[in-house]
Write a protein that binds this ligand. Structure first.
Ligand code: SIN
Length: 490
């Protein structure tokens, strides 16, 4: 397929259909490609190389060669390059959003918001990277000094998902580069073009050859090479818990550091004393962003009996009013799900819930490739949607009576990524916030994704944190340097 964009871009150079290895744009050695389609239409929008072992190993070798010079560069120099990358991303935000919507489906306004969110990680780590500090430990004898240094982990690998094709990349890549690491990135097969455009901008910003490699293709093949490689010292992955667990196993023989942002089953508890409008707003934000395709999307809405009916009535009005359609159309609020399998899974969850006694209270108009946003009440713990991520625009309501019941229901899951609580009582907010088993808690808000705050989960939702000061720590190792025999006189 010709290297021309299927959509109008101000900067057509952002439309790349090759992999990035050692600073060069390449095809697969055997010429094989993978088609990428627009989830709103099912039409193919372009192809990318079907990279295999050879291309992945070449990218890793280049990352290894580039590492000594990159980590030796003063942090302010590395961070200045990141700052330029940030500025180029923001200058190209409209084009990047068009590419993102074409391959992922989300409404253009949401895609633009994601680009700004993605860029915020780059600017955050361009600053944070200059603040990584070691320290000195008091030594046991006068002739000794002990310095604790923070050093780049080395060559890193990242495997990123399709639901946030820009932000999940910068959240890994920016801290890695700021810390002095190099990285080979494998973007999701469904959404490689946003990654490749970000790679093009990284080169323009001055990221040297080899410091960033991007290999497109099948996850199993490329993931197998990345996890087996002794060159890779850290693997960062965002995706499902079963895949995360498999990658962990594959990384065990070479003892890699792991940063895993895995599945969730987020509860949102609405107490009787909550501000009704605020609670509905928080629910809409936490449920329908990206058509519910987010690890921090509210999966279970737990509503106390006293406010239950009023809350359901208000939420139903909002759900019926949602505009569903192609992300490129003006005014759309909910786009298509990523593929047939995603649509089938959501439909199964709804069927299962209805068969077990749930009630469909409200639905927005939608047809064809688009899944209708729905509001279900009468949900119970035996339903599939209570135990698995719905990953779709279905708001599922569970009724509870006491605070203790609400907390117990919220924590009745092996996952612990995000949890939310709406209440007007600040004592309860703290009590419940502390009792929730989750890496992130939203109190009277459904929006918790910010570059300056650590993002990640407990229990089976993962290991490590992205964003915040903690996000840089993942890419740093500690080295204790002992100096002995010093004649200091002290
Ligand atoms: C995710 O779904 O994995 C991340 C979403 C976010 O950053 O808000």
């Amino acid at each position: 397929m010709a290297n021309t964009a299927p959509l109008a871009l101000a900067d057509s150079g952002l439309w790349r259909q090759e992999a990035l290895v050692d600073g060069e744009w390449i095809g697969a050695a055997d010429g094989r490609t993978i088609a990428v389609d627009d989830p709103a239409t099912g039409e193919v929008i372009g192809t990318v190389p079907d990279c295999g072992t050879a291309e992945t190993e070449a990218a890793l070798a280049a990352a290894g060669r580039a590492l000594p010079a990159w980590r030796a560069r003063p942090a302010p120099e590395r961070c200045a390059i990141l700052r330029r990358w940030h500025d180029l991303i923001m200058a190209a935000a409209k084009d990047l959003a068009r590419i993102l919507t074409a391959e992922q489906g989300k409404p253009l306004v949401e895609a633009e918001a994601e680009i700004a969110y993605a860029a915020s990680f780059v600017s955050w780590f361009a600053q944070e990277g200059q603040r990584s500090r070691g320290h000195e430990v008091p030594a046991p004898t006068a002739d000794r000094r002990i310095l604790v240094r923070r050093e780049a982990v080395g060559v890193c690998a990242a495997i990123t998902p399709w639901n946030f094709p820009a932000a999940m990349i910068t959240r890994k890549l920016a801290p890695a580069l700021a810390a002095g690491c190099t990285m080979v990135l494998k973007p999701a097969q469904q959404t490689p073009f946003t990654a490749l455009a970000l790679g093009e901008l990284a080169l323009r910003a001055g990221v040297p050859a080899g410091v960033l490699g991007i290999v497109t293709g099948e996850a199993k093949v490329i993931g197998g090479v990345l996890t087996a490689s002794p060159v890779v010292r850290l693997l960062s992955f965002t995706g499902s818990t079963p895949v995360g667990s498999r990658l962990m196993e594959q990384c065990a023989p070479t003892i890699k550091k792991l940063a895993l942002e895995l599945g969730g089953n987020a509860p949102l508890i609405v107490f009787d004393d909550a501000d009704l409008d605020e609670a509905v707003e928080a629910t809409m934000a936490a449920k329908f962003r990206n058509a519910g395709q987010s690890c921090v999307a509210v999966n279970r809405i737990l509503v106390q009996s006293g406010i239950h009916d009023a809350f359901v009535d208000k939420l139903a009005v909002r759900v019926r009013a949602l505009k569903v359609g192609a992300g490129t159309e003006d005014g759309m609020q909910v786009g298509p799900l990523i593929d047939d399998a995603a649509r089938a899974k959501v439909a199964d969850h709804v069927q299962d819930a209805l068969a077990k006694g749930a009630t469909l209270v409200a639905q927005a108009p939608a047809s064809g490739r688009f899944t209708a946003p729905m509001l279900l009440t009468g949900m119970t713990e035996d339903m599939r949607a209570a135990q698995e991520e719905i990953f779709g625009p279905v708001a599922a309501i569970y009724r509870f009576d006491t605070e203790a019941d609400g907390i117990a229901l919220a924590n009745a899951t092996p996952y612990g990524l995000a949890a939310y609580c709406c209440t007007g009582d600040m004592h309860r907010a703290w009590r419940v916030g502390e009792a929730l088993e989750a890496g992130m808690v939203g109190l009277n808000t459904g929006a918790i994704s910010l570059a300056m705050a650590p993002f990640g989960g407990v229990k089976q939702s993962g290991l490590g944190r992205e964003g915040g000061a903690e996000g840089l720590e993942e890419y740093l190792e500690t080295k204790a340097v002992h100096w002995a025999g010093l004649q200091t006189g002290g």
